[in-house]
Design a protein around this ligand. Structure first.
Ligand SMILES: NC(=O)c1ccc[n+]([C@@H]2O[C@H](COP(=O)([O-])OP(=O)(O)OC[C@H]3O[C@@H](n4cnc5c(N)ncnc54)[C@H](O)[C@@H]3O)[C@@H](O)[C@H]2O)c1
Length: 320
């Protein structure tokens, strides 16, 4: 008995990295899977229909059920076709994992409009579009009396949620937006039996992260791989399973630790019994415990195998 027996799932960006692991895990747990991936380069350029087909072949060779979809989720019509592929191939849809992603890192002052649009397009528009297309399909099913559990899992990042990473102004903006979109969609779609949760993978070894300084290239001598790209798949499968009650949550997965996040938290406050002036505010805020934006970044580097090298690389990027 698999935890996803009878479930029909779409995994976007399932041709490589984390999405490929999710698709294989879902199929091994009994789901029928749409492996969506246009096979683009890490910066979103090009395209190769063989990438999704290869993952489908891996799944079917292992005894699972999958079909390929090569549409881009970055345009609404493509996202609609991804959802339609599941319904046409398998007759329904229960879970969507919005995982597709690209990177176009650049120093903020050198980032081009194309760098911004491409990254917002795949991550933020892509998540919105595929979630909306699935949600509209499910609203129709619900109106027709079908009360099956439905689930959307979106993919954020520590960059945008916890750690301001230099050169990722586009990506961090998109990922913070994905987390915000998740909580709004969770509220609005609950009435149709749809749960919406988000998770942020942290330091999973894929083509997007293999150049991160201090990330080991393979497992440790004892076989434990702290950067295993499969690290999140059990959580995502749980969130997609029919018995999961969770909605509106944002998680982070680092190695074997799953953290539960909670929005922006209030670190302190100042209040006055008369209107603030620039001078009284400056004085009051100077006395509060404010964190420099470098602090969470340097803390996060501590999770890597070679934190000193990682911190040196960050300092070089920041010019100090
Ligand atoms: N690797 C990490 O540690 C890490 C950390 C935080 C967040 N993430 C997020 O996890 C997700 C997966 O990243 P990954 O590291 O596995 O990268 P990856 O490059 O290995 O896989 C991403 C896949 O998305 C596909 N894709 C790109 N544009 C697409 C589009 N328009 N439509 C459909 N598919 C598209 C690519 O072809 C690729 O196969 C991304 O959203 C990424 O931002 C990863």
């Amino acid at each position: 008995m698999g935890h996803l027996d009878g479930r029909i799932a779409v995994v976007t960006g399932a041709g490589n990295g984390i999405g490929r692991e999710h698709a294989r895990y879902f199929a091994a747990e009994g789901a029928s899977v749409v492996v969506n991936d246009p096979g683009v380069a890490p910066d979103g350029s090009g395209g190769d229909p063989g990438v999704a087909a290869r993952v489908v072949a891996e799944i079917t060779a292992a005894g699972g059920t999958a079909v390929a979809s090569t549409d881009s989720v970055a345009d609404h019509e493509g996202a609609r076709r991804v959802v339609a592929t599941a319904v046409e191939a398998f007759g329904d849809l229960h879970a969507v994992v919005a995982n597709a992603g690209i990177l176009r890192n650049a120093p903020f002052l050198d980032m081009t409009p194309a760098d911004l649009d491409a990254v917002l397009g795949v991550h933020l528009t892509g998540t919105f579009a595929v979630a909306q297309a699935a949600g509209r399909y499910w609203r129709g099913r619900h109106a027709a009396g079908d009360a099956a559990d439905r689930s959307i899992v979106t993919t954020a990042s520590g960059s945008g949620l916890f750690t301001p990473l230099p050169t990722q102004a586009n990506y961090a903006s998109a990922k913070a937006g994905v987390a915000a979109l998740t909580t709004v969609a969770a509220l609005e779609l609950r009435r149709y039996g749809v749960r919406v949760n988000c998770y942020a993978p942290s330091a999973h070894r894929t083509r997007l992260t293999r150049d991160v300084p201090g990330m080991a290239a393979g497992p440790r001598a004892d076989g434990h791989d702290p950067f295993d790209p499969r690290a999140s798949s059990a959580l995502v499968a749980y969130l997609a399973s029919a018995d999961c009650p969770l909605t509106g949550q944002v998680f982070q997965v680092h190695d074997r630790t799953v953290r539960v996040a909670q929005g922006w938290s209030v670190r302190g406050e100042v209040a006055a019994d008369r209107p603030w002036t620039v001078d009284t505010l400056a004085e009051a805020l100077a006395a509060t415990d404010l964190e420099d934006p470098e602090a969470p970044l340097l803390r996060a580097m501590g999770a890597l195998d070679d934190p000193d090298r990682a911190r040196a690389a960050v300092r070089a990027l920041l010019g100090g």
